[in-house]
Write a protein that binds this ligand. Structure first.
Ligand code: HEM
Length: 242
């Protein structure tokens, strides 16, 4: 009994960790998407935004200190999010293996119902992880997706994030990968935000429609706005810096 209770508590605990870190990550993704819309306002505004991220909190915080704090929170959230997801999956597989045949049949029916969401979360989540690695190597470090000498690292007061953005998305293959990843991000956000509401106890039947609508809204806005960036560069709506 104690063992079952401990298991129960542990899996609830892991679900809460997944929901709370998911909440932080959704917040980041929405903020990041909003920040990137400044690219539509031209190079000065976009480069000033990039510079502003580094000087955030000054003079109370020194240069890049608040940014590094945010990076640490983000990295810890990603690690905890993946750890809780993997360990919940292992736990549910173990429980299934230990079940009697009758329960197995019941689980089979449940698995069919949730299989699509579970599959999307697991493999979509893996693709998103690979996307983040690629994205950092691409637009933060400039070591992939650019011809030699094209990417300009921030130097002193000069931030060339705008021209990196344009040159980065001019490559249709790179843009295609971003668009594919953003479709998976939309699906991940929809299922993730919906599960987060349930884990956090917001599963009153009265609000089901509202919460589902909110999950769909967040997922669609983030996916559509993010997909607009590579497309806008490819069709010339966002022009190269003069
Ligand atoms: C089409 C969609 C996206 C665009 C256009 C975009 C654009 C950018 C740009 C231009 C930078 C460099 C900013 C700078 O150095 O000031 C950046 C950094 C970053 N992006 Fe994105 N991004 C997109 C989607 C995402 C997504 C979906 C995630 C995470 C799930 C993400 C995570 C990050 C992270 C962690 C950084 C590094 C921030 C830092 O530590 O300085 N991005 N992105």
């Amino acid at each position: 009994m104690t063992g079952v209770l401990t298991l129960y508590r542990t899996s609830v605990g892991k679900k809460v960790i997944m929901a709370v870190t998911g909440f932080i990550l959704v917040g980041f993704v929405v903020f990041h998407m909003y920040g990137n819309t400044k690219v539509y306002m031209g190079p000065e505004v976009f480069n000033a935004y990039a510079a502003g991220l580094r000087t955030l909190g000054e003079p109370v915080f020194a240069y890049e200190h608040l940014l590094w704090l945010a990076r640490l929170v983000l990295i810890s959230s990603v690690v905890l999010h993946i750890w809780s997801a993997a360990s919940l999956t292992r736990q549910s597989q173990k429980t299934t293996a230990g079940n009697a045949v009758g329960t197995m049949k019941r689980y089979g029916a449940q698995k069919r119902q949730t299989g699509y969401a579970a599959y999307t979360m697991r493999y979509g989540g893996l693709l998103l992880f690979l996307f983040i690695i690629y994205h950092l190597l691409h637009l933060t470090f400039g070591v992939v997706g650019f011809a030699p000498g094209q990417y300009q690292h921030p130097e002193g007061d000069a931030y060339q994030v705008y021209s990196n953005f344009i040159l980065g998305f001019r490559n249709p293959l790179v843009s295609g990968f971003y668009i594919l990843a953003m479709i998976f991000l939309g699906l991940h956000l929809f299922h993730g935000v919906w599960s987060m509401f349930q884990t956090l106890g917001l599963n009153n039947a009265k609000y089901t429609g509202l919460l589902r609508g909110l999950a769909i809204l967040i997922a669609c806005v983030v996916a559509i706005v993010n997909i607009s960036f590579p497309i806008a560069v490819l069709v010339g709506i966002i022009p190269p810096a003069a």
